[in-house]
Design a protein around this ligand. Sequence first.
Ligand code: F6P
Length: 206
Amino acid sequence: PRSIYLSRHGESMYNLEGKIGGDADLSERGWQYARKLPNMIKNVLRINGEEEEDDDDGDEDVQLTVWTSTLKRTQQTASFLRYPKLQWKALDELDAGACDGLTYEEIEKKFPQDFKERDENKYEYRYRGGESYRDVVIRLEPIIMELERQENILIITHQAVLRCIYAYFMNVPQEESPWMSIPLHTLIKLDPRAFKTMVERIKADI
Ligand code: F6P
């Protein structure tokens, strides 16, 4: 049976500075996570019983494809993984439009009304010139369709996007996706079964 693995990109320079959006590079800790990821993946694939016999060529015949967004921080996070990779624009982070590159404090100062509106309805609120969670759910439809047809996939993407994908597989109403907890430096393993999805969270030790 196949599994779906989810991870946020490693910590970025913007994460460190509390800024949203952008196309920043990984921080030093983010790179540490990227370097740990190959072993973390190797271990979960092994535990999953994908490697039936000791054919002493390691896990080379375990099928896994890595999907990233088109943003640098997801590709840097995937850079040490030796599996086929695919980039999807549809996996890019929720577009914060006019607020891209600002901290939440700066947004509150510059756009107090918007800040309040988002607080009141985080799922529906659409950034000026950007997107809402609802918009992200809609653009993720082709990704979800493709995921349903695929074997083992590791998706390295962004907080808001992962919340929507996670809510889908966990059968949580999409309106609740903005509050799902998807921490940094944690690999989430999903095993979708007929009536429920089994979840395992593996925290990187960094
Ligand atoms: O802070 C990281 C980030 O991925 C931002 O780029 C994005 O706007 C935000 O998280 C989404 O989280 P929230 O919807 O809680 O603001």
